[in-house]
Design a binder for this molecule. Structure first.
Ligand code: IPM
Ligand code: MG
Length: 366
């Protein structure tokens, strides 16, 4: 199969982690007999510097002409004072909308070898395996907003809106994913206060009627935030709207030990978008200190969801588990005083595992 990808390294540590993910994808493609074609494009601060637009038109066109998009990270302190439409983050939000990716999947798994990294007691976090399904194109992020009035008496407004079909389509994704997992969906809302949430709860309940083999429960977001630290292992799929999902997914990342190794997939549109959950971490950029595993695991999700290449995805995921199981750590995963390896070395070890566990698929012809 030809795997044609748009690579959007972005800002900060983005280029370093995407470079390692690309090497890993190359190794997996070679091992399974696929052809990898990649093209790099600008987004975020890198694009602002080159073109004054955080999402240049060529980038959108290039992404739409690819089979999937792998993104590093966007954002840098030097752009903090830029007007909203010129901030690197707005490039990412526009890209999500242009691609139509309404379903953001954020798995947070507590790996046995990393249990000690969780701020929670091991017996609390052990066996946590959560899939957050975050609605990505609606709610507060894309509602009407304004700031009016004179300095000193200005009024700012952001609005949250959800239409029934938007809730229905994301709910279906969550139920379908739950079917292949532990068959539990927890829908998170604030239905005791918000109209959007009341509609959300009603529609999710209705969709649940088509998935009677999946157990559905509803939770208010404040209770969910509490339960996520008190009993994380009880969650299977968490289904929630855009803003709540943004917050709960970072929290889930901290609960399982390291945000640095969590991947994400944004799907449901024309082309899938894959990115690590971590940010651009400008403080450690360019120093070979970043953890490339979030980007590498995102590339596994890319093979699974955009190309239906499950064995290939599993090969990458097991290589990551094995390398971590062998005690290899990037700086963010190392205990104080423990030795750690750099971004490139971590990538190299994963590539090595993929090559040894699955020798190249080329046939000699004899
Ligand atoms: C995320 C990030 C983004 C978001 C930012 C960078 C716009 O926090 O992907 O979680 O809020 O969606
Ligand atoms: Mg976030």
């Amino acid at each position: 199969m030809v795997i044609k990808l748009a690579l959007l390294p972005g800002d900060g540590i983005g280029p370093e982690v995407v470079a390692q993910a690309r090497l890993v994808l190359e190794a997996a493609c070679e091992a399974f007999g696929h052809e990898l074609q990649t093209r790099e494009m600008n987004i975020g601060g890198a694009a602002l510097l080159a073109s004054e637009d955080p999402l240049p038109r060529e980038t959108v066109a290039g992404c739409l002409a690819s089979g999937a998009v792998l993104l590093g990270a966007v954002g840098a302190p030097r752009f903090d004072a830029y007007p909203p439409a010129k901030r690197p983050e707005s490039g990412l939000l526009r890209l999500r909308r242009e691609l139509g990716v309404f379903a953001n999947l954020r798995p947070a798994v507590c790996l046995p070898s990393l249990e000690a990294l969780s701020p929670l007691r091991p017996e609390i976090v052990r066996h946590s395996d959560i899939m957050i399904v975050r609605e990505l194109l609606g709610g507060l992020y894309f509602g009407e907003r304004s700031t009016e009035g004179e300095t000193g008496s200005r009024r700012a407004r952001d609005s949250m809106a959800y239409a029934e079909p938007e809730i229905e389509r994301i709910a279906r994704v969550a139920f379908q994913l739950a079917r292949a997992r532990r068959k539990k969906v927890t829908s998170v809302d604030k239905a005791n206060v918000l109209d959007c949430s009341r509609l959300w709860r009603e529609v999710v309940g209705r969709v649940g009627g088509d998935f009677l083999d999946v157990e559905l429960s509803h939770m208010y977001v404040d209770s969910a935030a509490m339960a996520l630290v008190a009993r994380p292992s009880e969650f299977d799929v968490i289904l929630t709207e855009n803003m709540f999902g943004d917050i709960l997914s970072d929290q889930a990342g901290a609960v399982v030990g390291s945000l640095g190794l969590l991947p994400s997939a944004s799907i449901g549109g024309k082309v899938g978008l894959y990115e690590p959950i971590h940010g651009s971490a400008p403080d450690i950029a360019g120093q070979d200190l970043a953890n490339p595993l979030g980007a590498i695991l995102s590339s596994a999700m890319l093979l699974r969801h955009s190309f239906q290449l499950e064995p290939e995805a599993l090969a990458i995921e097991s290589a990551v588990r094995e390398v971590l199981g062998a005690g290899k750590r990037t700086r963010d995963l190392a205990a104080s005083g423990q030795a750690f390896i750099g971004t490139r070395e971590m990538g190299k070890l994963i590539v090595g595992r993929i090559r040894t566990s699955r020798p190249a698929a080329h046939t000699s012809g004899c």
